[in-house]
Design a protein around this ligand. Structure first.
Ligand code: GLN
Length: 319
């Protein structure tokens, strides 16, 4: 971690300078990747190459600055929680969504069960497993996997998204902790319906194959208030974007959200597949891929790169 109040001295809007900063961020990210390790609690994820790193930054005009492994596909994992939340807001509405899940940072690991049992019946927020499983149980009454993947394609502006069968099977076969969460929620009368159907959809959405560019696209759509800037298609009402951005900011990196908020300060969401998506309002979307994770389960390279870009281009929301 580094921190400095020094202000960079260059024109932050000069395209050449922007490119230079993104290249430096890429180099920092690739170096930081050596400090992390790939997830192995889902056996298929252990096959990733921890040395991989890529970054894609895209603006509303479609200018795309990419370095490294930005085309390689990997599983979206927890970043799908943003898509699930967006679908829930769009199809069920704000009131219904948040009558079954709270909007508080949990301060605990993404797969924690502790506070869910001891301190609260409702899951803390939709960005951790318990909250996302609850959101999925509500969605499963209205949407099947075909509906959800179509929505994911529109949300990520990426028609090439498909299910990664190997990751899906690996996750399904080892997902006992998520099963425990779903059944605990049902025992509390919070999760309605069939926990296994809910979990199947949850595992499938975590196993969508994306790349750094899909993640940049997704954040670009959020940065553009829910409208695809290239086609003009309204994917989600702008009124819901505030909720999505706020929850990404406060909860998007699990129990590292506070520190990340100070050091990077861009609404973001991470996944154990190695992705991070970061949305800079009215400006651009950033997607990173670096499967070597830190101890909180967030991409070590992605955080280093985003910290560099945010500081030098002054993208922190509170600047
Ligand atoms: N599919 C993963 C799980 O449920 C998602 C976790 C993550 O990306 N942090 O454990």
């Amino acid at each position: 971690m580094y921190f400095t109040y020094e202000q960079p001295e260059f024109d932050k809007n000069d395209p050449g300078e922007i490119r230079r900063v993104i290249r430096e961020a890429y180099e920092n990210g690739r170096e930081a990747a050596f400090l992390g390790r790939v997830a192995d609690y889902i056996p298929e994820l252990a096959k990733a190459d921890g040395g991989d790193f890529g970054i894609c930054v895209k603006n509303m005009a479609g200018d795309n600055i990419s370095f490294g492994e930005t085309e390689k596909r990997f599983s979206i994992q927890s970043i799908s929680k943003v898509i699930n939340l967006a679908a829930s807001l769009k199809f069920l509405g704000f009131r219904e969504t948040f009558s079954h899940v709270k909007m508080e940072p949990s301060g605990d690991a993404f797969n924690s069960i502790l506070k869910l049992d001891l301190a609260s019946d409702l899951p803390y927020n939709p960005m951790i497993n318990a909250g996302a499983i609850q959101v999925m149980s509500m969605l499963s009454n209205f949407m099947d996997f075909d509906d959800l993947i179509s929505f994911a394609k529109a949300f990520c502006m990426d028609d090439s998204i498909v299910l990664n069968e190997e990751v899906y099977c690996s996750e399904r076969d080892t997902g006992d902790r998520n099963r425990a969460i779903a059944y605990l929620l049902r025992s509390k009368g919070v999760l309605q319906g069939d926990p296994d159907k809910t979990l199947d959809l949850y595992f499938r959405m975590c196993s969508l194959n994306v790349n750094a560019e899909s993640l940049a696209n997704m954040s670009l759509l959020i940065a553009n208030n829910g409208t695809n800037p290239f086609t003009g298609k309204h994917v989600i009402h702008p009124g819901y974007i505030r909720t999505i951005r706020s929850l990404m900011y406060t909860c998007g990196l699990y129990d590292e959200s506070g520190e990340y908020g100070v050091l990077v300060g861009i609404p973001s969401k991470s996944g154990v597949g190695g992705g991070i998506t970061a949305s800079v309002k009215d400006r651009c979307g950033i997607g990173t891929y670096g499967p070597a994770l830190n101890e909180k389960g967030n991409s070590a390279g992605g955080i280093a790169a985003l910290q560099h870009i945010s500081h030098l281009l002054q993208l922190n929301s509170f600047c």
